[in-house]
Ligand binder design. Structure first.
Ligand SMILES: *[C@@H]1O[C@H](CO)[C@@H](O)[C@H](O)[C@H]1NC(C)=O
Ligand SMILES: *[C@@H]1O[C@H](CO)[C@@H](O)[C@H](O)[C@H]1NC(C)=O
Ligand SMILES: *[C@@H]1O[C@H](CO)[C@@H](O)[C@H](O)[C@H]1NC(C)=O
Ligand SMILES: *[C@@H]1O[C@H](CO)[C@@H](O)[C@H](O)[C@H]1NC(C)=O
Ligand SMILES: *[C@@H]1O[C@H](CO)[C@@H](O)[C@H](O)[C@H]1NC(C)=O
Ligand SMILES: *[C@@H]1O[C@H](CO)[C@@H](O)[C@H](O)[C@H]1NC(C)=O
Ligand SMILES: *[C@@H]1O[C@H](CO)[C@@H](O)[C@H](O)[C@H]1NC(C)=O
Ligand SMILES: *[C@@H]1O[C@H](CO)[C@@H](O)[C@H](O)[C@H]1NC(C)=O
Length: 357
């Protein structure tokens, strides 16, 4: 009897904790055919039902819906934002006006940077393939070369590992399990290092940033995993257990989903896409600090780029991308979904060509 009472208390208190931790999320959904809607409105945050009521823009003169997050004001259809209003692009990036470039010099559709042996104060000013060292733009260091202090001193395929005798450029996502690395960034899932093949490291000491490359945790449940609190988002390696966060999605039911683990397919896809992209030499067109930036990547169109864009977008927005309805896809994620569709289309085309051959 006593133990039953204790069990009940345990169940009730566990339930109470769940309730407190539970996410309260807004829903995102297309308006129904019977909802009366001002035709120029594309997002109406209905506070009574905690729902973003959506209606994609149809007028060809105002086809764009500025997405809103966490505000209670309507969004209205408008003209497509002016892309030449972009400023501060880096050397090497595509431009159509001088004002778009940080250097204020757009020549042959690319922003001009300082060339070899020219003077500089920051990496940002040097042309593609160069770094700023002791006040002049110099060639980037190759894999295994010594002398780096940050990743940006190395070729875009490599990052800097600081050793007692100086920094060495090490190829990204190349080091096997148990390799020692100088910079293991602590995260909810252990640690992150893009020098490790797995992308994952574990701390070896509380007093330094050193770590060792280790296995990536994978989600215990099948993904995408619906959740109501972080405690449900469990991932494991053979030796450790971790929890990621349970985040609100953007779906018609106001459901939440767990962030993926480093060993789950979205991260595995990202690492393999990044390696493929970097080995295609596509990053060589960019300023050294832009190696992880879409402004650099998008200059190289093709399947390698699409895979990279899609996989990066997925790891950054995984809960939000689950179960979207048509209006959410159009208004919030049109770039992402247009790329996933074209990916599917080109796969079908290549299968078709394979059949013909
Ligand atoms: C709402 O209208 C659209 C387009 O007019 C139509 O395709 C759809 O079937 C309608 N849905 C319902 C539930 O009536
Ligand atoms: C927002 O849009 C909805 C639907 O068109 C409308 O009913 C509501 O009055 C609008 N609110 C404001 C403040 O304009
Ligand atoms: C629709 O909304 C716009 C902007 O909120 C407003 O200027 C316009 O008067 C509204 N039209 C109608 C018919 O309510
Ligand atoms: C812009 O860069 C080009 C190529 O380096 C150079 O020839 C030209 O003089 C530069 N223009 C200005 C205004 O600095
Ligand atoms: C840059 O400087 C290095 C060493 O100072 C020199 O060997 C090289 O020829 C120079 N290159 C250019 C293009 O000026
Ligand atoms: C990276 O640096 C650490 C010291 O911080 C060193 O022990 C390790 O051997 C280095 N690894 C590589 C691959 O250079
Ligand atoms: C360590 O890695 C993190 C994330 O990859 C990076 O932001 C940071 O600048 C690195 N620190 C050093 C000293 O290289
Ligand atoms: C994709 O990258 C690989 C190298 O990693 C390269 O061999 C291949 O040609 C690239 N594909 C395209 C379409 O650029």
């Amino acid at each position: 009897m006593e133990s039953l009472k204790l069990l009940l208390i345990f169940i009730i208190s566990a339930y109470a904790v769940e309730e407190i931790e539970k996410n309260y999320c807004w829903s995102y959904q297309c308006k129904t055919n019977t909802t009366t809607f001002n035709s120029s409105t594309c997002i109406y945050p209905n506070t009574l039902y905690s729902t973003y009521v959506l209606n994609a823009c149809t007028s060809s003169s105002t086809p764009y819906c500025p997405p809103i997050y966490g505000t209670y004001q309507n969004s209205s259809c408008t003209t497509i934002p002016d892309t030449t209003a972009v400023t501060n692009l880096y050397p090497g990036e595509t431009c159509s006006a001088n004002s778009m470039c940080a250097s204020n010099n757009c020549t042959k559709a690319h922003c001009v940077g300082v060339s070899l042996n020219g003077t500089c104060t920051k990496h940002d000013y040097c042309g593609p393939g160069l770094r700023c060292a002791s006040g002049t733009c110099k060639a980037l260091l190759n894999i295994n070369e010594v002398g780096c202090t940050t990743d940006y001193d190395c070729v875009p395929k490599a990052g800097c590992n600081i050793t007692s005798t100086g920094g060495v450029c090490v190829e990204y996502f190349s080091l096997p399990l148990s390799s020692v690395i100088s910079n293991c960034t602590k995260t909810k899932q252990g640690g992150y290092s893009n020098l490790c093949k797995s992308g994952v490291c574990l701390y070896t000491s509380l007093f330094s940033t050193k770590g060792t490359c280790s296995n990536a945790p994978t989600s215990v449940a099948t993904t995408p995993q619906q959740c109501t609190s972080d405690s449900q988002c469990m991932g494991k390696t053979e030796t450790n257990t971790y929890f990621t966060s349970c985040q609100c999605g953007m779906n018609p039911s106001g459901l939440s989903y767990c962030q993926p683990f480093y060993g789950d397919s979205p991260y595995l896809n990202y690492i393999s896409s990044y390696r493929t992209f970097m080995w295609s030499e596509a990053l060589d067109k960019c300023n050294t600090v832009r190696r992880f930036d879409d402004n650099c990547w998008k200059m190289t169109v093709g399947q390698n780029y699409t895979n990279l864009y899609v996989s990066k977008y997925q790891i950054e927005n995984y809960p939000q991308l689950q179960n979207n309805d048509a209006c959410t896809k159009t208004i919030y994620f049109s770039n992402y979904y247009s790329k996933t569709y074209s990916g599917a289309a080109s796969l079908i085309i290549s299968l078709y060509l394979l059949m013909l051959s």
